[in-house]
Design a protein around this ligand. Structure first.
Ligand code: MN
Ligand code: MN
Length: 422
């Protein structure tokens, strides 16, 4: 029987053989024993056997096909956990000559009060204009290359080139720039530690110029009016420009070694060895411990092989904002009182887990599921259900879950993060 079918007859929670770490043969045997007591599981949906769930009216087939669990949830789902899904592909794109931007913030996903995300494209040579803002900025390059700069308040400056899989981190209020490089610019994801952050509400150099009296600009720069004739009079935001010189030439041009930032604001996540690798996939954790600039945002990039699962867990220190990079998955979020919501996630979707809420993410596709777990936190922290169960006196576990000593011992004691399908 497929997991999906078991879910539909109300055995979903008991049949997750992966969770118990036993073979499918054993699982089948266990299921036979469990079937007799299936009526004891709550929320068994007898209605699925008749016409109750049929839908003779209009349907959006494309959405239904992409989101089977969201529409027809496992019978263990119950109550309301709030919004846990949105997609960048439903949002308005702000397109300008040189690229585009769109965002999923607290406005689109009201549960996410700690984190907002922006997805941006910049063509070769084009700039995301010099600017700064109230939130910290974490970014991962999704495609292509860019040159970034950020100024420290002490006058030292950081310049670097980033490629696919690389990160950058700009603290709140620190002025920075992003320029697309060859051959085809770049696309990246930005993550901000403010739910109501908006890319349309940043401090732009052009707008400051446009809204300062000319005499003040003259006095500030020590330049006469003729020299200032070409200053922008309106917002630039994203605009085309020529490709920059080499990184070495740019580093020299800004003053060389004497003004070099002592802080490294980029991180090569692409070449980082996994923090944890199992038969089910791997996890790369990047937070202030290995990327010291990243003081207020912690990240994990998770790869789950087909059939595998990010194990049942929760995060004691923050809510979780997710970005799905590839593949297909489903997540159930559990909250009091007895509430659970299952939804499907596809590439370019955003997921959300309220602080300390229990969840798993299962690969439901035929290819690797890759997603980011993002936290407004100094460090990545999670609690594994298996790890907890295995570090309790076995009698305590038997009293709570009815598992015998042999079954308990077959549960992984180590925190696996990602569990393989059998
Ligand atoms: Mn920025
Ligand atoms: Mn998580």
């Amino acid at each position: 029987m497929s997991d999906e079918k078991r879910d539909k007859v109300g055995l979903g929670g008991l049949s997750r053989r992966n969770m118990f770490g036993i073979s499918s043969t054993l699982a089948t045997a266990a299921l036979a024993g469990v079937a007799a007591s299936a009526q004891q599981r709550p929320n068994t949906r007898k209605a699925e056997g008749d016409r109750s769930a049929s839908n003779p009216g209009p349907e959006n087939k494309a959405l239904l096909n992409e989101n089977p669990n969201s529409n027809m949830p496992p019978s263990t789902d119950h109550g309301d956990v709030g919004a846990i899904w949105f997609s960048f592909d439903l949002t308005h794109k702000r397109i300008q000559e040189g690229g585009w931007t769109h965002q999923v913030t607290q406005r689109e996903l009201p549960s996410s009060k700690d984190i907002a995300g922006v997805n941006m494209r910049i063509t070769a040579g084009s700039f995301r204009e010099l600017h700064w803002h109230t939130a910290d900025e974490w970014s991962i390059m999704l495609d292509g290359n860019a040159r970034v700069t950020v100024l420290n308040p002490d006058g030292t400056i950081f310049i670097d080139d980033v490629g696919k899989g690389d990160l950058w981190y700009f603290p709140a209020g620190f002025p920075h720039s992003i320029q697309g490089l060859g051959p085809d610019g770049c696309e990246f994801l930005l993550v901000f530690n403010e739910g109501l952050f908006s890319e349309d509400n940043t401090f732009l150099l052009s707008e400051w110029m446009a809204h300062t009296p000319g005499s003040v600009l003259s006095k500030n720069f020590g330049l006469d009016k003729t020299a200032l004739a070409k200053l922008p009079t309106d917002s630039m935001y994203i605009f085309p420009a020529d490709l920059p010189k080499s990184l070495e030439q740019d580093k020299k041009a800004v003053g060389g070694q004497s003004v070099r930032s002592p802080i490294q604001y980029t991180f090569k996540m692409s070449s980082m060895a996994p923090t944890k690798r199992t038969a089910g996939g791997d996890v790369r954790i990047v937070d202030s411990h290995n990327f010291p600039a990243s003081q207020n945002i912690a990240a994990a990039m998770v790869t789950v092989k087909p059939g595998g699962m990010r194990e049942m867990h929760w995060h004691p220190n923050a809510s979780e904002w997710q970005y799905y990079m590839a593949g297909k998955g489903r997540m159930t979020v559990f909250m009091p009182v007895g509430s659970a919501r299952t939804q499907d996630f596809n590439a370019n979707d955003v997921g959300f887990v309220p602080a300390v809420s229990g969840h798993y993410i299962e690969n439901t596709g035929n290819t690797d599921l890759v997603f980011l777990e993002m936290f407004k936190a100094h460090e990545f922290m999670d609690v594994s259900l298996n790890n907890w169960i295995r570090h309790l006196p076995p009698e305590m576990v038997t009293s709570h879950l009815g598992l015998d000593a042999t079954a308990i011992k077959s549960i992984p004691a180590e925190k696996m993060l990602v569990i393989a399908g059998s």
